[in-house]
Design a protein around this ligand. Structure first.
Ligand SMILES: NC(=O)c1ccc[n+]([C@@H]2O[C@H](COP(=O)([O-])OP(=O)(O)OC[C@H]3O[C@@H](n4cnc5c(N)ncnc54)[C@H](O)[C@@H]3O)[C@@H](O)[C@H]2O)c1
Length: 291
């Protein structure tokens, strides 16, 4: 039986890990009128996140998406904390630390130890089964997956992943929170490898890389084929560069570990690019070069 009330109101969200995802999730919450406590073990990362969020709010003002007053109010709702104890008052904690099972288990246990019995706890993992992360919880009924997409401040979908232990009231609370406060679309899914989106996307991106590797077609032809033939806004190789080849390989290896499906074996060309530090757009080179 969950100790979390079925009608818990989420007014304060703590985010643990202020990297690419944590800062985007924080911005979404602030723009949704929610107070945010952003925590990171690294003070430099936390400072950078705070600066990035302030700049993003100012950009929204410049684009007339937000009034100057609303941006000031949103920014005033942000508190940063280098100490985990600082998150104690949150109604919801979203864990967004790097994708390592041992680290996530340790961080989630520490989170459960500092928050109240009524706090809902979520993980933004892309590929670790939520059930595996739930094992050390004293109260696993309060825990679930909340999978945002990158960039989290812009992408309109959030997968809400329940385990067999997650209380229905907890899932419903987050379903409403994502829809009503964040203005995003929640997708309620079960705890399967890759959930829904990555289970479909990763094999697709890998098969485009495999097609290139085997000399089937050029990168430009593959991308143009999917753009003009299927109406995709971006071809799979350019999308891979945008997502990050390291992120794709990490997700593919995790999916392979769970499924042993040959469709998620990383092809040689992708592995070699990664070994040379070519991570896509962020490193200046991937399947394409970015001057
Ligand atoms: N980047 C993506 O495209 C993407 C998309 C969806 C989900 N995710 C998932 O989101 C999570 C975070 O990914 P990211 O890309 O933001 O990573 P990141 O490396 O950009 O950020 C992680 C942050 O966590 C901090 N951190 C590390 N250990 C910590 C600890 N013990 N306590 C507090 N903070 C700690 C780091 O200092 C860093 O700032 C991962 O689980 C990832 O799989 C990533």
């Amino acid at each position: 039986m969950s100790r979390v009330s079925e009608t818990v109101a989420i007014e304060t969200v703590a985010i643990v890990g202020s990297g690419a995802m944590g800062r985007g999730i924080a911005e979404s919450c602030l723009r949704g009128g929610v107070s945010v406590i952003l925590h990171d073990a690294n003070p430099v990362a936390l400072e950078a996140a705070s600066t990035t969020i302030a700049a993003a709010l100012q950009r929204a003002v410049a684009k007339e998406q937000l009034s100057a007053a609303a941006a000031t109010t949103a920014h005033a709702r942000l508190i940063t904390s280098t100490s985990l104890e600082g998150i104690a008052g949150a109604d919801l904690v979203i864990e967004a630390v790097p994708e390592r099972l041992d680290l996530k288990l340790e961080v989630l246990q520490s989170i459960e130890a500092v928050v109240s019995a009524a706090t809902v706890i979520a993980s933004n993992t892309s590929s670790i089964p939520i059930t595996r992360l739930s094992v050390p919880f004293a109260d696993p009924s309060r825990f679930l997956g909340l999978h945002f997409f990158n960039p989290a401040s812009k992408m309109p979908l959030v997968e809400v992943i329940s385990t067999l232990e997650t209380a229905v009231g907890v899932r419903d609370t987050l379903d409403r929170f994502v829809r009503d406060r964040l203005g995003k679309t929640p997708l309620l899914v079960t705890d399967r490898p890759g959930f829904v989106v990555n289970a479909l996307l990763i094999p697709f991106l890998l098969s485009a890389a495999r097609m290139l590797d085997s000399g089937y077609a050029s990168a430009e032809a593959i991308d143009e084929g999917m753009r003009l033939g299927c109406g995709h806004p971006m071809g799979p190789l350019r999308l891979s560069d945008l997502v990050g080849l390291d992120v794709i390989c990490e997700a593919a290896d995790a999916l392979y570990g769970e499924t042993k499906d040959a469709a998620v074996i990383v092809p040689n060309n992708l592995r070699r690019l990664l070994e040379r530090g070519h991570l896509g757009q962020k490193s200046g080179r991937g399947f394409y070069s970015y001057a």
